[in-house]
Design a protein around this ligand. Structure first.
Ligand code: ATP
Ligand code: MG
Length: 260
């Protein structure tokens, strides 16, 4: 099973939602474990998961399905949402606020007690199989006012808010994911804590758990720590040279200046 280190009561909450056929919404910054958590829970519940990365061209047909033309004429092909509905799987819509508004038309009847999917093109009305579960996630930091979810959508979901874990928990995650020793994990987690505390640089996002793991991997492959931090932790945070140099000072404070 995929490794997932719980941070709060999210495993119990998701399990209870799944038992009651309730949809789940997960919000949180990039690289904090949202996708990993959904995969882990799908494995735990032994349900297939269909993941859709939403974007502003994503339409209801991309989710539900469409008629295609083959050698023997046209045929219907289920989209990922329809497959999950039929099989009793989890449909996971990542960055759901990006999706076009017409997708809410198909999501609403599925996300309330009707649990049904009307397929307009074929005239079918599908009743979701018992295991079906709708899970959506988004990053509140990227959200423009225009793209916010309507209250009628939000209120259909059991919602959980993710954030970067406390240092002692993050320490275990970095060790486990990167297979590094405790000393290195401690240094990286401490570095991340310092970077996250810098308020005077208006970074779009803070250093995520994902960046710590990438950095640890590079160091384990023999890269000098300062160079690894620059490439995997600092450069991904900003394109501004002045900001990068300022953040590198924090790296030097932890690993020394010599090897860069
Ligand atoms: N609680 C956790 N348990 C195990 N691994 C974790 C945890 N949190 C973060 N990770 C690690 O961090 C990496 C990034 O997490 P993940 O891909 O789930 O982020 P995300 O929240 O989906 O980010 P994004 O919004 O950018 O898609 C994972 O590959 C995993 O290695
Ligand atoms: Mg993700």
């Amino acid at each position: 099973m995929s490794f997932y280190q719980p941070v709060g009561n999210e495993v119990e909450l998701f399990t209870a939602a799944a038992e009651n056929g309730l949809p789940v919404l997960i919000k949180g910054p990039t690289g904090c474990g949202k996708t990993r958590f959904v995969r882990h829970m799908a494995e735990r519940l032994d349900r297939p998961v269909y993941t859709v990365a939403c974007h502003d061209d994503l339409t209801a047909s991309d989710l539900v399905g469409r008629h295609l033309i083959g050698p023997d004429g046209t045929y219907w092909q289920d989209g990922p949402l329809t497959r999950a509905v039929r099989e009793g799987g989890i449909c996971y819509l990542d960055e759901v606020v990006e999706a076009r508004k017409d997708t809410t038309v198909v999501l609403h009847p599925l996300a309330d007690d009707r649990r049904e999917l009307p397929i307009e093109r074929t005239g079918e009305l599908l009743q979701a199989a018992p295991g079906f579960m709708l899970v959506v996630s988004y990053n509140p930091g990227y959200q423009s006012l225009l793209k916010g979810m309507k209250p009628s959508t939000r209120q259909r979901f059991v919602s959980m808010s993710f954030d970067y874990p406390e240092p002692d928990v993050e320490l275990g995650i970095v060790q486990q994911e990167a297979g590094c020793d405790e000393d290195l994990a401690k240094q990286l987690v401490g570095l991340a804590a310092s970077l996250r505390n810098l308020k005077d640089h208006d970074l779009e996002e803070a250093a995520s758990t994902r960046l710590l793991i990438h950095t640890a991997h590079l160091i384990r492959s023999g890269m000098p720590p300062v160079a690894a931090c620059r490439a995997a932790m600092i450069e991904p945070l900003s394109d501004d040279v002045v900001t990068v140099n300022a953040l590198m000072e924090v790296v030097y404070a932890v690993f020394g200046q010599s090897q860069d």
